[in-house]
Each structure stands twice: as structure tokens, then as C-alpha cells.
Design a protein around this ligand. Structure first.
Ligand code: PLP
Length: 384
């Protein structure tokens, strides 16, 4: 690492998060969702997730699946997006399970391939998946006669149904669309993501789950309303026929991700002088600024302007326009050249300040930023 800007990932924290989830929510298959470079943490984390109890991986693209395969040569990997037919030989040779998203895709599939497949059901999101029960029956019948192994069936719910009936409707849609087939003959049935995992007990035919954001420390806890709000909520659920949602949970998860940089240069700025592009920030008194080697090309979006960073546990504001590679902060005399700067270590807080989700914040840190992994107090750097 030649430039002192990096994301620090705590592998023990990730492993403990998975252990906690596995101990509190019993399933046979924990399909860890590690798309987008494991939500920005880097593929390197998969073996820690596996040590914690993840026994299947899922990613969005073939590129991601192949990169994951390099990290672990035996764990099954499900590709959530359909893979163009001409690349399916790579799935055969790398033990990548495919998703069959609809009849058009199925028709184009060479049924002599030696592949594992999961059928996707559209429970209402109108993204990927079958909506017609007869088509599903035909696909299952044909797969049973082919060399493609039907290993799984799944759906993805648009909401967890906290204030709406969509989750209930989605589950009913799944049941209806699969009503002509025998789900007990399909080895893995997986419906839920993090939110649905913690908020709903799944029906008995479900034996797998696809947690994503929760693995990385976001427990999706919402405080149970009390008093009048609770009465109102219960009335609303009853009136609209919404099944109960469990809002709180006793998961003890921690975020494993923090973003760091350093004070690369220190400058004295006189009252009336400006800082950075556009001369928008003008010093109203004599101040000191620190220049950090991190900018929007590293994923520090311009919206971070005015937000706080930490040096030796003290907060300092980002001032002036954030540049492509550098960012300035207003410091005081206690700050020294090369002091470490914690850009953020509380993802939920920073995401809220930026008005984005934890998903967006984590996946916005670019590959220019090396990931440094901490395990049992030892550090390893991985460049992506
Ligand atoms: C199909 C599918 N399953 C599971 C997940 C995991 O979702 P979450 O991170 O909310 O647990 C995703 C993520 O978007 C997804 O697309």
C-alpha cells in the first residue's frame, strides 16, 4: 500500500455475525449473498463467512462467481442473474449453479449440460422469475428428464410487509405458482433475505435463506412501537389482513467496515482565502487545514462535504469541494502530519447523514481503495 487510504475489515466480526445468525435462525442452507465484492468488503471475506456457518454463496454476475471460486474451490455458488447461454460451459467447469428466470431462458438452455439449476419464481416484484404455474410444472418435468440437476427454487420479496400486505401476497403467489409441483422433492427452497429472515417465520417447506446485509452487521432492528402507536399499528394490521411482523430481534451484530486515510499535508489558510474548486468555502478566520489522499474516485462522494471525520477520537469537518483524489479538513494544532483519519466507522450513521442506505454506502467505496483485513489482531492487505 503506497497511499495511506484503505478500508479496514474485521474478519472476526464477520465470522461472529454469521455464528450469531446461524445460532438464532435455524436453516439447513445459509446462502450468503456476497455480490458486489461482498457488499464492498472484498471477496476475501468469504472464507470467514464460511467459517461462521455460511454453506452456499450467491453473487449477481458470472464474473463475480468466478472471482469467488478463486477464493474457495468447493463451496457451491449460485448466480442470481441469468447467465448468457454461451458461457454456461464455465458454470459446468467451475461448479456455478445457474438461475432459470423464465421460459425464454429455459427454451434456449442446452438440456445436456451438466449443471445445477435453481428456478426463480416472481412473487410480485416483476424483476426475474416465473409467474405461471403451468410453465413451472413443465420446466420441472423437463429438467427431471435432462442432465441438468434441479437443485433449488426461490423467490425474492419486494417488502417485508411491515406496513403492507405485499409480503403476505408474495408468499401466497409463491405457493400458487409452485402449486403444481412437489416442493419436497426440490433439495433447497429459499425465499428470504435479511429483512424477511428476521421479521418472518418461514413456512415448513423452506429450508434455506439468503442473508446479505445482515452478515455485514446490519441487524434490521426496528423498535417495537409502544402505547398508542402499538394499538394503532395492531389495528392497522388486523384491518388490512397483514400477518404479524416481528420487529425486534436479539441479534448481536457489529459492522466490520471502516474507512481510513491520513493527513498527507498541512496548510495554513488566512481569513478570506478559499479552499478547493469553485472557491465556495472561504475561511472566516486564520485556520489550519489537513489534506487527505481520498476523493470521489475512491467513493467519498461530494455529499460528504461538511460531515465530520475523526483524528485521535476528535471530530473535524470536511471543508471545500471534495476533489477526485483529495479532500481537505479543518484541523487544529493537535493534529500532526501523517495522523490517521477515520473517515467513518459507523456505517448506519454516515448512511443516514448522506441520505443513502447502508447497501449504497458500502458498495460505493471503489476498488482503488485497498481492503486491509484484520484477523486475530494480524493484518493482511488485498488489492482489488
Ligand atoms: C435475489 C437476492 N437475494 C438476497 C439478497 C440479499 O438481500 P439483503 O442484503 O437485503 O439480505 C439480494 C440482495 O439484493 C438479492 O438480490
Amino acid at each position: 500500500m503506497y497511499r495511506n487510504t484503505y478500508a479496514l475489515i474485521d474478519l472476526d466480526t464477520l465470522k461472529n455475525n454469521v455464528k450469531d445468525i446461524v445460532s438464532k435462525y435455524p436453516y439447513k442452507y445459509y446462502i450468503g449473498v456476497v455480490k458486489a465484492n461482498a457488499y464492498g468488503h472484498g471477496d476475501y471475506v468469504v472464507n470467514s463467512l464460511i467459517e461462521g456457518g455460511i454453506n452456499y454463496l450467491a453473487a449477481a454476475t458470472l464474473e463475480e462467481c468466478l472471482s469467488l471460486r478463486e477464493r474457495n474451490n468447493s463451496i457451491p455458488i449460485l448466480c442470481l442473474e441469468p447467465i448468457a447461454h454461451k458461457y454456461l460451459n464455465l458454470c459446468e467447469s467451475n461448479n456455478i449453479t445457474i438461475t432459470i428466470p423464465d421460459m425464454d431462458y429455459f427454451k434456449g438452455l442446452d438440456k445436456n449440460l451438466n449443471l445445477k439449476a435453481h428456478i426463480k419464481i416472481d412473487s410480485g416484484m416483476n424483476r426475474l422469475g416465473f409467474k405461471d404455474k403451468n410453465e413451472v410444472k413443465n420446466v420441472v418435468d423437463e429438467l427431471n428428464e435432462s442432465s441438468i440437476a434441479l437443485e433449488g427454487i426461490y423467490t425474492h420479496f419486494a417488502t417485508s410487509g411491515m406496513w403492507d400486505k405485499h409480503w403476505d401476497d408474495g408468499l401466497n403467489n409463491f405457493k400458487e405458482i409452485t402449486s403444481l409441483i412437489d416442493l419436497s422433492k426440490i433439495p433447497i427452497v429459499h425465499l428470504g433475505r435479511s429483512l424477511t429472515l428476521v421479521q418472518h417465520k418461514m413456512p415448513d417447506f423452506v429450508n434455506g435463506v439468503r442473508p446479505g446485509i445482515i452478515l455485514y452487521g446490519f441487524a434490521q432492528k426496528i423498535n417495537e412501537p409502544t402505547g398508542l402507536r402499538l394499538i394503532k399499528r395492531n389495528h392497522y394490521l388486523k384491518k388490512n389482513g397483514i400477518s404479524p411482523v416481528s420487529l425486534n430481534n436479539d441479534l448481536n451484530l457489529k459492522s466490520a467496515f471502516s474507512l481510513h486515510s491520513e493527513i498527507m499535508c498541512i496548510k495554513d489558510v488566512k481569513a478570506g482565502e478559499y479552499i478547493s474548486y469553485g472557491a465556495k468555502y472561504v475561511a472566516d478566520e486564520d485556520i489550519k487545514i489537513g489534506v487527505m489522499p481520498i476523493g470521489y474516485a475512491d467513493g467519498l462522494s461530494k455529499n460528504n462535504e461538511g460531515l465530520m471525520v475523526k483524528i485521535n477520537n476528535k471530530e473535524y469537518p470536511i471543508v471545500g469541494d471534495i476533489c477526485m483524489d483529495m479532500t481537505m479538513i479543518k484541523i487544529d494544532n493537535s493534529v500532526k502530519l501523517h495522523d490517521e483519519v477515520v473517515i467513518y466507522d459507523d456505517i448506519s450513521k454516515r448512511a443516514k447523514e448522506l441520505g443513502v442506505s447502508a447497501y449504497q454506502l458500502l458498495t460505493s467505496v471503489t476498488n482503488r481503495v485497498p481492503r486491509v483485513y484484520k484477523k486475530e489482531d494480524k493484518f493482511t492487505e488485498i488489492k482489488y
